[in-house]
Each structure stands twice: as structure tokens, then as C-alpha cells.
Design a protein around this ligand. Structure first.
Ligand code: URA
Length: 209
């Protein structure tokens, strides 16, 4: 089963170039994250269930389609907050389940420190968002947690990934689709994606100092 989708499109590639540029200002960085996330979410939701309902147009009665799947978006704190608006624009009825991970800067391991998911999470499709899919450690832990809560359908959206992160993830979660805008070359010794875009959280929230 193919479960990694690298979404290429001239507009995405153009916007990725701007996003990677270290001279791009935070307000523009946030806008680009938002725009690229919209494209990725569009692809990641192409198999959502629909049902038919009858409505009345001004002219006649007709059958139209309506989403028949409840969605929970799971932003991984904090950088993914920059992707959240784009989700609400496309799926205004989505619920949000927050997952907090802090990276140990020495071991590069993900420490799970916070979760707040809706009570009916078990009845929802989870779409996890995190702009950077680096070692895959956070993604693996986030999906382990969601599965432990009984959630059956999970998808993952990231802007940049590494081959290593994807390989690590696929060993544990073969059943989860990953949607990314680019798969970069590697991780450096500090755990940054190369060429990457730097620290996504710092660039979204303008905390570079
Ligand atoms: N997290 C980031 O913000 N940037 C990277 O390059 C890797 C992880």
C-alpha cells in the first residue's frame, strides 16, 4: 500500500522556495505555511465519506452530497498552530485535539507532555498536523497515543519530511497515510532538516531572538 504522498504542484514548489528562504519575514512565513497546508489538506481529505441528502434549490428539489465523517485535527504543539487556520477554513466543523511534544535537544527524543482531545474522539477521523517530519519520533508517539484511544482512521500532514523519518514511521504505522510537500535530503546532527527551513515554531511565532 502506498502511504506516503509527496504533493508536487508549481504553486506549492514556488511557495516552498519562499518558505525556505531565511529572509522571509514571520508574517509572510505564516501565510505560506497556511497556503501550503491548504493544498496538503485538500489532498489528504480526498477520500472522505459523503452521504446524499435532499435539498431545495430556488428552482427545484435535488439530491446533493454532504460530508459524512467527523474530523478531529490534531496539531502538534507548537509549530502546527500555524497550520490550524487553513484546516478551519476548509473544514469549519472539525474538532481539535491538541498534542504537546517537547524535543529533548540532546537525545532528539520526543517527550509527550500534554494532550487534550475531544470526548467523542473515538468516533472521528484524526488528521495529525506538524510542519516538520524530522526523525519521525514525534509522529510515531502521536499516532501511538491516538491508537491507544481507539482511533481507527488517522492521517498525517507535514510540510517537510526526511527519508529517515518516513522510514522510521513506516516501520511502526504502515496503515497511516502521510502527506508532505517535499522530502528533503537528511537530518543534521542537531536534528534539523537539511536544507529545511530552520525552526518552524520560531519562524511562525517570531521567537528567533
Ligand atoms: N523541527 C523544526 O522546526 N525544524 C527542523 O528542521 C526539524 C524539526
Amino acid at each position: 500500500m502506498k502511504n506516503v504522498f509527496c504533493i508536487t504542484h508549481p504553486l506549492i514548489e514556488h511557495k516552498l522556495g519562499l518558505l525556505r528562504d531565511k529572509h522571509t519575514k514571520p508574517f509572510q512565513f505564516r501565510m505560506l505555511i497556511d497556503e501550503i497546508s491548504t493544498f496538503l489538506l485538500f489532498e489528504a481529505t480526498k477520500d472522505l465519506n459523503l452521504k446524499e441528502i435532499q435539498i431545495q434549490t430556488p428552482v427545484s428539489s435535488t439530491i446533493v452530497k454532504k460530508l459524512d465523517e467527523k474530523i478531529m485535527i490534531c496539531p502538534i504543539l507548537r509549530a502546527a498552530l500555524g497550520m490550524l487556520d487553513s484546516v478551519f477554513r476548509l473544514i469549519p466543523d472539525a474538532s481539535v485535539g491538541f498534542l504537546g511534544f517537547a524535543r529533548n535537544e540532546e537525545t532528539l527524543e520526543a517527550n509527550f507532555y500534554f494532550e487534550k482531545i475531544p470526548q467523542d474522539a473515538i468516533n472521528r477521523t484524526a488528521i495529525v498536523i506538524d510542519p516538520m517530519f524530522a526523525t519521525g519520533g514525534t509522529a510515531i508517539e502521536a499516532c501511538n497515543f491516538l491508537k491507544s484511544k481507539g482511533i481507527k482512521k488517522i492521517k498525517f500532514i507535514s510540510i517537510l519530511a526526511t527519508p529517515q523519518g518516513i522510514e522510521n514511521f513506516k516501520k511502526v504505522h504502515k496503515d497511516i497515510e502521510i502527506y508532505v510537500a517535499a522530502i528533503d535530503e537528511e537530518l543534521n546532527e542537531k536534528g534539523y532538516i537539511v536544507p529545511g527551513l530552520g525552526d518552524a515554531g520560531d519562524r511562525v511565532f517570531n521567537t528567533l531572538g
